[in-house]
Design a protein around this ligand. Sequence first.
Ligand SMILES: Cc1cc2nc3c(=O)[nH]c(=O)nc-3n(C[C@H](O)[C@H](O)[C@H](O)COP(=O)(O)O)c2cc1C
Length: 173
Amino acid sequence: MPADAPGPGPETLNKVLWKIPNVLCLIGSRAGDEWNGMTQSWVTQVSMEPVLVAISVDAKAVTNRLIREGGSFSVNLWPRTDTRPFVKFSKPATKDGMTLNGRPVREGVTGVPVFTEAAAFLECTVWKIVECGTHDVFFGEVVDAGFGADDDPEVARMEDTRMKYGGVKRGGH
Ligand SMILES: Cc1cc2nc3c(=O)[nH]c(=O)nc-3n(C[C@H](O)[C@H](O)[C@H](O)COP(=O)(O)O)c2cc1C
């Protein structure tokens, strides 16, 4: 909604939008030698046939460029007991050998990084991209999926942290 439109103010909008429950996970992306992992909360399934998952990624994020160039991404659901990586992965990650920010990764079937510590993962090839204001929605067709050590894990959610994402745009988005 435009900033000068009548209706709820930004504080109310934020409070309501932040009530939407979201997962908290890491998106793996790669174009050639450039690999990244990024903290992500806007993730949802959007189709059963084909099985499609949508992620909405800031148009300015490194991850956005890497997914466009590489044509695929991984969604790494994280163990609920370990929310530590999410702050560090909100900036471009450092690759050292087969680690990103010190977290081990393997090469998935599409070549993107998949975190070996993930509680569960999905790997997707880009099916469609829709520009949505500040973000681009990447619709991904699921080409691989699996679990970590446990096949019924509890996964991290936004509510497990004191972090927030979304609401109305503030300066320096
Ligand atoms: C808790 C949390 C949730 C986030 N969720 C998203 C998200 O859903 N989409 C997004 O584009 N950025 C999200 N971000 C911001 C990104 O992690 C990151 O700061 C930014 O997009 C730059 O990523 P880059 O390393 O690919 O440049 C979130 C950040 C935090 C701390």
